[in-house]
Design a protein around this ligand. Structure first.
Ligand code: FES
Ligand code: FE2
Length: 450
């Protein structure tokens, strides 16, 4: 049987930008890409994911900050699967299936520090942090117990910058192979320098893929975030793909050509402040008049410098990044369920996990800032909040709001397939990977792929 997890496509696909695809093309004969909608709500399809996908993919379990010191541990659960990620006494990052080898109850719940062993609370079986069996109370009563047969079941663990990934399949390809060229592509942003500040989990009334798709394309900006068009060059997102990752490079500080007439500098400045108040140290609602633009400079340069200056005041040195890099956001959508949003001074990661049924999921938001590789890591704040109390600024709030109404429509009998433009190819990339993992062959995706 073919190993469906092995890369099957060319390593990198470059689909250019919306503008580059529109230019130089005559009338198109391409058939639109469509995907069965029931993947987003069918319990049978969810069961396939549970059986064939979740146990075999690399997934974000936690952050390096949460397990920075020996004895730190974090439980990570996705659907029926659960792992404990920990740093052992020698400083090695390890992960194990979260189960006591005696009678199968979960060993750990939540997270903590200072562990020197993993001891089950039920009958006090105990393991060392390297997973080897340490102690069984009244051991003789079991007969002959082979220590090696009763070690904790290992789970693969590796990192990308401050992100800790695990894979329940110990025969899986390495994380480096899985991520393809993405880490090299993002190397200029020095992800190791980012420290996680908080992790927020929200229960959302949509399938985990519906929620992930909402963060996998920018075609929706003109619908959901129209005010963003004043500072976002949405026709110029450059998208490239590896087997498990789609990357979109998005330029801010330049109005979209969709807006006519072209907004004034004051309008661009106000839109910039409303989106990047935190980065640039501006009042989001009343940023004041656009600054004077020095000779030979542009508003774009002034905005980039305002970010550089505001960050310098916080001790974050962005002098190595040019203006375009400062105003750029790189977005990596990593199959199956994470979105990595990267600026030189800011990293946000969104993760979705299945809920109790296919119509709900958990959305986890990890926020990082650039603290420098030599700064000590502190444990991120972790909390669970209701969707109604989410307050993440205009743009994210609009995204979260959309998720309230994103699921029921998919069930309607007259709606059987979702349709994707090339601009929505990161959704397509994830769906192609999904078919490989759950074993759908021939593909049920129709149309001419880019
Ligand atoms: S179930 Fe863990 S020691 Fe018995
Ligand atoms: Fe959005």
């Amino acid at each position: 049987m073919t190993d469906l997890t092995e890369p099957t496509e060319v390593p990198v696909k470059d689909i250019g930008t919306l503008r580059s695809r529109a230019e130089g093309s005559g009338p198109t004969t391409r058939r639109p890409i469509t995907i069965p909608a029931n993947r987003y709500y069918s319990p049978d399809f969810a069961a396939l994911e549970t059986e064939r996908m979740w146990p075999r993919v690399w997934q974000l379990a936690t952050t390096v900050d949460a397990v920075s010191d020996p004895g730190d541990w974090v439980e990570f659960s996705v659907g029926e699967l659960s792992a404990v990620v920990l740093r052992d006494q020698e400083g090695t990052l390890r992960a194990f299936q979260n189960v006591c080898m005696h009678r199968g109850i979960e060993l750990c719940k939540g997270s903590g520090t200072g562990r020197t062993e993993l001891r089950c609370g039920f009958h006090r079986w105990c393991w060392n942090l390297d997973g080897s069996l340490n102690e069984i109370p009244s051991r003789r009563d079991f007969g002959v117990i082979d220590n090696d047969a009763y070690g904790l079941a290992p789970v693969l663990v590796d990192t990308w910058g401050p992100l800790v990934f695990i894979n329940f399949d110990t025969d899986a390809m390495s994380l480096a192979t899985y991520l393809g060229g993405a880490p090299a592509d993002a190397a200029y942003l020095e992800m190791d320098d980012f420290h996680c500040r908080f992790e927020i989990s929200v229960k959302v009334p949509s399938n985990w893929k519906t929620a992930a798709d909402g963060f996998s394309e920018t075609y929706h900006v003109q619908g959901l975030h129209p005010e963003l068009l004043k500072v976002f060059a949405d026709l110029d997102n450059h998208q490239i793909f590896w087997d498990h990752v789609g990357r979109s490079r998005q330029l801010y500080g330049v109005p979209s050509p969709r807006i006519r007439p072209t907004p004034s500098d004051q309008e661009v400045w106000e839109a910039f402040a409303s989106v990047y108040s935190g980065r640039a140290g501006l009042d989001a609602v009343n940023p004041g008049p656009a600054p004077a633009i020095p000779d030979g400079s542009t508003l774009f340069d002034v905005m980039a410098q305002s970010v550089r200056d505001a960050q310098a005041e916080k001790g974050v040195d962005l002098s190595a990044y040019d203006n375009t890099q400062i105003m750029m956001m790189d977005q990596h959508n990593v199959f199956p369920n994470i979105t990595v949003l990267l600026h030189p001074d800011l990293l946000s990661v969104l993760r979705t996990r299945p809920g109790d049924n296919p119509d709900e999921c958990w959305l986890d938001i990890f926020n990082f800032d650039r603290a420098g590789a030599n700064t000590a890591r502190v444990k991120p704040m972790k909390m669970e909040v209701p969707l109604d109390s989410m307050a993440f600024g205009t743009v994210f709030n609009q995204d979260f709001d959309m998720l309230r109404t994103a699921q029921r429509g998919l069930h309607q009998p007259g709606f059987t397939r979702i349709t994707l433009s090339q601009e929505e190819s990161r959704i397509l990339n994830n769906q192609l990977a999904l078919e490989r993992y759950v074993g759908i062959s021939p593909s049920e995706i129709e149309g001419d792929l880019p």
